[in-house]
Design a binder for this molecule. Structure first.
Ligand code: ZN
Ligand code: ZN
Length: 192
């Protein structure tokens, strides 16, 4: 069973996280992929200052992933465990030039994913926000399992350029993506 370590940075805490852990686990189980999720830090980690790009006015994802690698390595050392995937959650606007307006990103090399709630909260009720966050988290985690973008607009692996497109998705992977997930290897994808 894979352990997915969650690292909250900035103002992301409380009920948001509890719901997300539950929703992501449930969605993976429906795809017959058993995962265990845990929060790797006792409290949200301070935003990595070096990640902020003054010229862009946004945070670059590399800075988060570098910090996440440190945290993952330390938790693995102290607790003698192995963490297969890491999902960073933050509340600031993130980018990975040339991709400037993503809701989240994934780094296949280190199996890290990041999702920002910054844009997901727009015009959302609590329930809509909860669903958007789980869909985007599934999308980015899906990339860390080697899944690419899906042409089915209801599948969490379809590419969303707007919150409307996220709202049109479900939290259930389509049959093709389910099959790829249960293969569970990882590919070479790096994307938004
Ligand atoms: Zn799909
Ligand atoms: Zn994507």
């Amino acid at each position: 069973m894979d352990l997915i370590g969650i690292i909250p940075t900035g103002k992301v805490w409380g009920i948001i996280l509890r719901d997300l852990l539950l929703d992501v686990k449930t969605a993976f189980e429906k795809a017959e992929k058993e995962v265990y999720l845990d929060i790797l830090t006792e409290r949200p980690y301070p935003l990595p200052r070096l990640a902020f790009d003054v010229n862009l006015g946004k945070y670059r994802v590399e800075g988060f992933f570098l910090k996440a690698l440190d945290i993952k390595t330390e938790v693995e050392r102290v607790h003698h465990i192995s963490i297969q995937k890491v999902l960073v959650l933050t509340d600031v606007d993130i980018c990975d030039p040339p991709h400037m307006d993503g809701f989240g990103y994934a780094d296949m090399t280190h199996l890290f994913a990041i999702v920002s709630i910054y844009r997901l909260q727009r015009g959302a009720t609590k329930l809509v926000f909860r669903e958007r966050l789980v869909k985007e988290s599934l999308h980015e985690l899906g990339h860390t399992y080697g899944l690419d973008h899906c042409s089915k607009s209801s599948c969490p692996m379809s590419l969303s350029a707007s919150v409307m497109e996220i709202d049109a998705k479900t939290t259930e992977f389509c049959p093709r993506c389910k099959a790829m997930l249960s293969d569970s290897g990882y590919g070479e994808y790096w994307g938004v």
